[in-house]
Design a binder for this molecule. Structure first.
Ligand code: 1PZ
Length: 206
């Protein structure tokens, strides 16, 4: 238990490796349950604590959406049935719907994936480039001017890469390892979630 808290990156990677197995199986019997999905997503919020006060509002938004999925898991067993229920009730795109929150949370997972990919290929000690690229690719097309400006300002308050690794209690080599594990596992999970949307013609661009 204590070990997991001391090595949050490993906890994140392992949570997604578990989900990735289900995601890759693709058999009807491998429907993904809401509870383990939401719990894995909750792990990711540890990262916000390492990114400083500037990302407090991103954290609040992300955590509230993950909490909604955790709440949903008490009465709905799989992601499939969660989406189908919203389709049935004609509330897929309604503010606060489980399906809408799932799409936002999926983007959060994607943002972390691109961020890690960029950190792995970046040379210096600054995270600003990596974070800017990840934000530009994943969230910026969906955010209005005010949020984009706030995020751009927040980029200047990011810790350095070595400060981040220290907070995560990792050295460069072990961090690279865990980031790579998350990248591989989350890619399968992200694709799986995107398939849930596209196979129901719900679109991903809203
Ligand atoms: C090192 C990387 C730092 C960059 C982090 C940039 C994070 C993006 C900041 C987003 C601010 C969120 C403000 C709220 C946005 C909401 O309007 C939308 C739509 O919500 P809805 O209308 O459906 O209720 N919410 C989102 O787009 C979800 C934002 C989640 C941010 C998660 C970021 C995960 C990245 C973690 C990096 C450690």
């Amino acid at each position: 238990m204590a070990g997991e808290e001391e090595k949050p990156l490993r906890g994140i990677a392992e949570a997604f490796e578990g989900l990735a197995e289900t995601a890759r199986a693709k058999a009807p019997s491998s429907a993904m349950e809401v509870a383990p999905f939401a719990r894995a997503c909750a792990h990711v919020s540890v990262l916000f604590g390492c990114l400083g006060i500037a990302f407090k509002f991103a954290e609040m938004d992300y955590v509230s959406k993950v909490d909604d999925l955790l709440e949903a898991s008490k009465s709905i067993s799989t992601l499939q049935s969660m989406l189908d229920l919203d389709v049935e009730h004609n509330r897929v795109r309604e503010a606060g719907s489980h399906t809408r929150n799932l799409l936002r949370v999926k983007r959060g997972l994607d943002m972390v994936k691109v961020l890690f990919e960029q950190i792995l290929v970046s040379e210096g000690n600054s995270l600003r480039n990596a974070a800017s690229i990840a934000y530009a690719e994943v969230f910026s097309p969906h955010h209005g001017w005010a949020i984009r400006k706030a995020v751009a300002a927040g980029m200047y308050a990011l810790p350095t890469k070595s400060q981040l690794l220290k907070k995560l209690n990792e050295d460069e080599a072990s961090a690279k390892n865990q980031m790579q594990n998350y990248i591989t596992a989350s890619a399968a999970v992200i694709l799986y979630v995107e398939d849930l949307f596209t196979s129901r013609q719900l679109g991903l661009d809203w």
